[in-house]
Write a protein that binds this ligand. Sequence first.
Ligand code: HEM
Length: 927
Amino acid sequence: MRLHLSLIAVSLALVLSGCKKDTSLLSCADELSEGVRPFARERDQRFLGKVQQNTANCRGGARAVARRDVPWLDWGNYFATGGPGTRSRLFTRNLRGINGALIDLEYERVELIKFNLFDNSGTYPRYASSDSGKDGRGLKVWPEMRLPRSHPDYADVGGDAARQRCKGELIRARTLTGICNDMDNPLMGSAGTLFARNVEFETTFPDAGLNKYARNRHGGRISLMTPDPQVVSRKLFTRAQSDSSACNDGLGKPGYAKDANCDYKKAPFFNVLAAFWIQFMTHDWFSHMEEGQNGPKLVKMGCASQKVNGLERALSPEEISRLGCRPGDEIDQTLVADSTSPTPYKRAGDMDYLPRSPRTFRNTNTAWWDASQIYGFDQRSRARVKRDPKDPARLLMVVLRGATTAGDKQGYLATLESGDPMNPVWAGQEATAFPDNWTIGMSFYHNVFAREHNQFVDHFRRQAAQTPDGDSGLRDPANPTRVIRYRDVTPDELFEVARLVVAAEIAKIHTIEWTTQLLYNEPLFRGMNSNWSGLFGEKLGVSKALGYVVDKLRSSEDPNQASTWYSILASGPGIFGIGSTGADPNGGVNHFGSPFNFPEEFITVYRLHALVPDLIEFRDAHQPDAIRNKIPVIETFRGKATGFMRERGLANWALSMGRQRLGLLALQNHPRFLQNVPMGRIRSATQRIDVAALDILRDREHGVPRFNEFRRQYGLRQLTSFDDFIDQRLPSDSPERADQVELVEKIREVYGTHVCDSTKVITIAQRGPEGEPITDCLGHRNGSTVDNVEDLDAVVGWLAETTRPHGFAISETQFVVFILNASRRLYSDRFFTSSFRPAFYSTLGVDWVNNNGPTRMVEDREINGHDDLPVSPLKRVLLRTIPELEPELKRVVDAFDPWARDRGEYYSLAWRPRPGAEADEAFPRAK
Ligand code: HEM
């Protein structure tokens, strides 16, 4: 720990030097003399993202000091962490601000790794124990992660030997079901394993009141149906319309007329491609459903009651009609893996603990970032993946009659045929492994990456034709010294190499292109790039040296120290490729003592339906500035996407979604069409569902803690009133503030208030400002009326957050969930760490991932103060798969920033056309 403190001290001292005019410097000196904050030893001593006055002053001056008195994170107020106006003329100030933010983020990550890992599969009691002087967080192999006797590969991994170990064909590439990613824990992350949790098991299923704190927290006020999910949706999620006939509940106008309009709150710096990108990602990472179905029983979806003067009362027919909800909506219940009561256990004379959550659920997908939405996650889904009979290394693409452009000549995905295994509602869709909730957005990405797969295969084939006896770089682990020549590589092997490459490209796009635009500011740009290629870039030898230290830490005997250090120092060389030069292809993974799978809470923060607009502003690449049609997203649902894609073409869809802004993640901003989705498979009175209401219902079925405890569990400061949602940075007379005040009133109407009892302690995860226990009164006087902040559904809470760091399309509550899980899914994956090497990817494959394609390309301009930046990876993919877009893409820096927007100066969020796109109809006309 001492080394770490001195590292931070040295970096601060360096930043301090050489600037005499800077008044905030004095605070930096004071901060140093106070010493650096230690990492929390106990859950209730966490950092909370809040710094001392001196620290705030040093890193952000008076502005940062003035803004400390809110529950929200402090670092967004530091120098240079926002837009152009936050940069100082004093270079050292900017450095202090940005580095200060990165230090805060690192504290959060370390404490998240320390306090938020809760595996459901039986390993938790050992992880949490330090009984015999052995810290459970040092465990690297778990019996629960062995293949069971019934598994077809049981014998191949060693059967009932003391230690199972994957070898041979099971380790050469990503396996279909995701087994053998970690060679010592064959089952980990494979399809059908249990979702984990990031919160203490006792805080899950808050309506069940699993301990006295949970019971005190909610006072019997909540249940699966209270507050009513459809009432929450209609009052808090519905997009207001200035002209409801122009929107027509998201159905637009006949002939897709362009004068249709559905109002939505727009994010100026993030486009519709970004919305569908994240849906495409979630289809890779997780699913609670099997083949688009849940359990056999149906449950009602609400539209039954609302709070009136704090009391739940049945809705009258008039109220139902005013709200527009449907009492007849029903949905199939979520699938449950295990609902038997877990037996509590004692920890060394301590209180009782649960060894797992009272109900568990399976991730029916592989948890790995393995492009399983394209390539499959079990036999059934793989059977939908069509390969080219002429070259089975390629995916089957159909070149349509009359194809003229270079992109269209690469073809479109074939469609599902009657003999293919599928849910009948998918008939007519393009053939792919994960076909659920399909619209034009999914059709877009699946076509793009199928083309990209074939681009890589074709390039490999060209290389093989030129140098058939050359070394491909691939090796068979059963015979690692034998060189595999290009000519020896079989179509099946090449198919799997291409899958590895495509999956890694996708992970790279997500990490350094999507996320840096989602969190559009300098600290996050540096943070995400350091996750990928290291804090010090590729240029400095220091990365290599740190890589060596990290390798040593992985085998450290002191897991507590090693975990802390490992996660900090891994930002040095970067997580990607860690351990890839060592002898052991499995040596680079780190699970921090708890087997990897996504937690339920991760799914919660990806319920991002508000991103989707109701209508797509359709354009034609020949006249990019004009909006030709407004096409309802729901018109492209399921099989209907195929016709839209083929008739209108990938290039036009790319342009349309690339130029249009997506929906802000905010209250009252859900697409109208998603509140009225047809669900023919459900035998209910309406055969429709409100997906926004379903988001609430599913989280309750999965036992996600409500918002305030959710924040405490993740090391964020609690709220004490709904008024905390009002952004204090806004002038008191601004219209935005007035809107927020009105929304807070609506939240209060839906969730209510109660008279508090200060004898009831409600949590052990956090303490009040003076170290006192937190009670039902949340710091207010005993017997006063307090908001039911504890009851707020997590999704409602994070959508209500308006105080966000600059350029954040998501809220800070969602963000902490990402900090933990986004790095973990890299740390835990052998193919992103020690097996990222030519033996698995081929030499061409490693280069393709590192260079974003066959050759390295660098932007010829400075971008937010950085020069020599490689051309971003999705832009490169689009240039290869839709080359006719080259004139448009030339101007694009990040494929997820609206393509016609002028990026302006240093992380500007302004909605202004770039030079050359002044005529674009999406921008207000100059007067
Ligand atoms: C535009 C078309 C979309 C449609 C029609 C759609 C539809 C649905 C439906 C019907 C469900 C409920 C499944 C169930 O629990 O029974 C669902 C779940 C979900 N959706 Fe969407 N969605 C769309 C877009 C998106 C987008 C853009 C995201 C962004 C990440 C997203 C993220 C999710 C997540 C995380 C779940 C939960 C999945 C699970 O529990 O495994 N969806 N969606």
